[in-house]
Design a protein around this ligand. Structure first.
Ligand code: AMP
Length: 403
């Protein structure tokens, strides 16, 4: 990995400059939409033609590991960011050499690997679920004895949305779990199973000049390991909200992160918070900020990477964000075309939307509608979150996902 630190705390990337984004998915698209409003230009490096980001920015179409494409991205960009964390370390190093990557490769190096990430969180003085490193079946057997069952076995790299994980519930599963996950060819980590009450997240932003801001805590509902909804304000004590924001800020400070750092947390019935994982980029659970906060996570990311003063993150309205997956697309689009995702009084009289719930629809322009694929999201601005939650139920679009 690269050890050289090219961060320039006084360097400001002014509007009019070009921001290069590694990755052209929906996160890149929403970074570019926010940054375009501030006067920046965008170019994305992405293998899929006509990508969500490429539809609204220039696109270099090539694989993420293509060195000559990376060189072209560097030559066309004043600053480079990324929208996913599994950036090839050689490409990250090349981009750091040829262009300006204020986020650096160190944060990627840490967050690409669960064990490194956990050690970094602990070094910041923040609790994680008790865990053990596993490289052999004997390690796993010993770890199960120490941590007890159930426990969660995870690959150290490459897992997302619950992939690369096995919840071991009985000793009979140990060998099969080990053999299955070892196929990924990486070390494993066994975590104590946390009987959490809620899953929360906090997005922190830090700029090269060292300014840090955190967004309000989101309460996240997952279905089949995929985020279904984020509820803000989270339905937890004020004290927990403050503590969660402080933990996130402490981690961002300790890691000297630049840009956004999303922190996923478990909250137990005893009021204990444990960090589950980090993501050094905009996060699905921060999409609610687009209309509900004074500054969105995407604008904040642009501000942080360009070293502008960070924006005010306060919440302007309660909000529930609900994800639109492939299986929801047809009904969401139909409703959009029928004019039902609106918030006016006429609609309420027709029994469509409660007037106090204002739906803001975001679709990502993806052509392939595939079940479980994230196609868009809807931010339901509301007077209170319970009303928006019951509105989601009433639409029946997410009928298999209500918890
Ligand atoms: P991850 O890929 O680490 O975010 O895990 C995906 C989901 O699995 C989380 O959102 C939790 O719902 C669940 N999970 C992960 N780790 C644990 C754990 N140590 N204890 C209980 N549930 C977990």
């Amino acid at each position: 990995m690269m050890t050289k630190n090219l961060l320039q705390p006084d360097k400001v990337i002014a509007p009019g400059s070009t921001i290069g984004i590694l990755g052209g998915g929906q996160l890149g698209r929403m970074i570019a939409l926010a940054g375009t409003n501030l006067g920046y230009r965008f170019v994305t490096l992405e293998p899929t033609e006509d990508s969500p980001c490429g539809q609204i920015a220039d696109q270099i179409t090539a694989s993420y590991g293509d060195k000559s494409a990376a060189r072209e991205l560097a030559s066309r960009s004043d600053v480079i960011t990324y929208e996913f964390e599994n950036v090839d370390s050689e490409v990250a190093a090349l981009l750091e050499d040829l262009s300006y990557v204020p986020q650096g490769s160190r944060l990627l190096y840490t967050t690409q690997h669960r064990l490194r990430e956990k050690r970094a969180i602990e070094a910041a003085g923040v609790p994680v679920a008790p865990y053990r490193e596993v490289v052999s079946l004997q390690d796993l057997q010993a770890a199960v004895k120490e941590l007890g069952l159930p426990a969660v076995l995870k690959t150290a790299t490459g897992g997302y949305d619950g992939k690369g994980q096995w919840v071991i519930r009985s000793e009979a599963e140990i060998t099969e779990a080990f053999d299955t996950l070892m196929k990924a060819g990486t070390e494993l980590v066994l975590e104590k199973f946390i009987r959490f009450d809620k899953e929360l997240s906090v997005i922190a932003a830090r700029s090269p000049r060292g300014e840090i801001r955190t967004f309000p805590v989101a309460e996240n509902i997952h279905v089949d390991n995929i985020l279904h909804a984020s509820i803000v304000p989270a339905r937890v004590d004020e004290r927990i909200q403050q503590e969660a924001e402080q933990l996130a800020a402490r981690i961002a400070e300790s890691l000297e992160a630049v840009g956004l750092l999303a922190v996923e947390l478990f909250l137990t019935g005893d009021g204990e918070l444990y960090v589950n994982e980090l993501a050094p980029r905009p996060h699905n659970s921060g999409h609610y900020t687009m209309e509900a906060c004074r500054t969105s996570q995407f604008e904040q990311h642009v501000r942080a990477v360009c070293n502008l003063p960070l924006g005010n993150t306060s919440l302007m309205t309660p909000v529930v964000m609900v994800n639109v997956l492939g299986e929801h697309m047809e009904e969401v689009e139909m409703r959009l075309m029928d004019g039902k995702w609106t918030d006016n009084k006429d609609q309420e009289q027709k029994g469509v939307n409660p007037v106090s719930v204002v739906p803001k629809v975001h679709l990502y322009g993806k052509s392939g509608v595939v079940a479980k694929r994230k196609m868009g999201h809807i931010n339901l601005l509301c007077d209170n979150v319970e009303e928006a939650v019951s509105f989601i139920q009433q639409t029946k679009i997410w009928r298999n996902q209500q918890k």
